[in-house]
Design a protein around this ligand. Structure first.
Ligand code: NDP
Length: 322
């Protein structure tokens, strides 16, 4: 079963392996498979689910809401996000203006079939809207009870500091940052993590398996595995492309002895690796089939000794993005 960690300086506990539905629900996988994945997550003790208004052009929220229908709401943590830089409609149908934030939360709640989300996250930083306006809108949403906590995603260290200070003045707290983080993508370590620690946020990290690449299933010189994200022409293939480089894939294969030594699959090693960082509250893992969920949750509670962490660094060398 999965362990739980506190999110930032709050009393909210989340499952350290959190289920995310980007590219899968409402897109790559049929709804019955999506429901089976959610069921596998619940069976394994995952209580935290992450989505966004923009995923599958709003369909992902609907599919997740349907899959969670009938569950005890108090036993779940449902996270969603607002604002993607390329909005679908009019000039205000995007951004972090008061108008868009207030309208977007209502649409998300409706699709998710819930009166409130546990965490409402700014999906990106909006350079065109005054931060004060966004933070005031978030404060009002919290006061209205439509979101219990507020987080951000892919904000820089300075943006986190500024947002956290304003939130404090307005009587609420930013408790989380949602950045990309994996053995292959460590950009947050130098600045975002220290700023987050200083301001009381923890990380909920996306693509901890580098979209499946760190599972070791993409072997250089061999055909792409059928049904994998790399073959998903609805969006997966283009998003995973950055990792499908022969040098990267060869080095990933060289991690296999480390996983073997720990008695883990490579997928489990990848998820366990991000959880070794004490500022990471959860690995946000996706799945295209229920068996993957069952496999990945076994990364919870694993300790990777320092000597093996150093070996991972040696094996990956300069393909790591820092
Ligand atoms: P991962 O790195 O965990 O990749 C998940 C994918 O890897 C699965 O869909 C599956 O794809 C493959 N996979 C999973 N487990 C296994 C396994 N055991 N063996 C082999 N392959 C496996 O994360 P995602 O990229 O899916 O991102 C996770 C979540 O993070 C998203 O759902 C979303 O909630 C969040 N996110 C947030 C972003 C942000 O900007 N805030 C951006 C992107 C994601 P397949 O079987 O199709 O190959």
């Amino acid at each position: 079963m999965v362990n739980y960690r506190y999110l930032g300086n709050s009393g909210l506990k989340i499952s350290e392996i959190t289920y995310g539905n980007w590219l899968t629900h409402g897109s790559q996988v049929e709804n019955d498979v999506a429901t089976q994945c959610v069921r596998a997550a619940l069976d394994a003790g995952i209580t935290t689910f992450d989505t966004a208004d923009v995923y599958a052009n709003t369909k992902a929220e609907q599919v997740l809401g349907d899959a969670l229908a009938g569950q005890r709401r108090e036993s779940l943590e449902i996270f969603t996000k607002v604002y993607w830089p390329t909005g679908p409609g009019g000039p205000n149908d995007t951004g972090l203006s008061r108008k868009h934030v207030m309208e977007s939360i209502n649409g998300s709640l409706k699709r998710l079939g819930t009166d409130y989300v546990d965490l409402y996250q700014a999906h990106r930083y909006d350079t065109e809207t005054p931060l004060e306006e966004t933070m005031q809108a978030f404060a009002d949403i919290v006061r209205q009870g439509k979101a219990l906590y507020i987080g951000v995603s892919e904000w820089t260290a300075d943006q986190i500091r500024a947002g956290a200070a304003l939130a404090k003045d307005l009587g609420f707290q930013l408790i989380s940052s949602q950045p990309q983080y994996s053995m292959l993508w460590r950009v947050i370590e130098d600045e975002v993590v220290p700023a987050s620690k200083e301001c009381g946020l923890s990380q909920i990290v996306w693509s901890p398996m580098a979209q499946g690449v760190l599972s070791g299933k993409y072997v250089p010189g061999q055909p792409l595995p059928a049904g994998s994200r790399a073959t998903d022409e609805k969006g997966g293939a283009s998003s995973i492309r950055r990792f499908l480089d022969d040098d990267v894939l060869t080095r990933v294969q060289n991690l296999r002895p480390v996983a073997d030594e720990l008695g883990l699959s490579m997928a489990q090693l990848a998820v366990a690796w991000v959880l070794q960082n004490d500022n990471v509250a959860a690995a946000l893992v996706g799945a295209s089939r229920p068996e993957q969920v069952a496999e990945n949750v076994k990364a919870s509670g694993v300790t990777i000794p320092a000597e093996l962490l150093a070996r991972i660094d040696d094996v990956l060398g300069d393909v790591v993005e820092r």
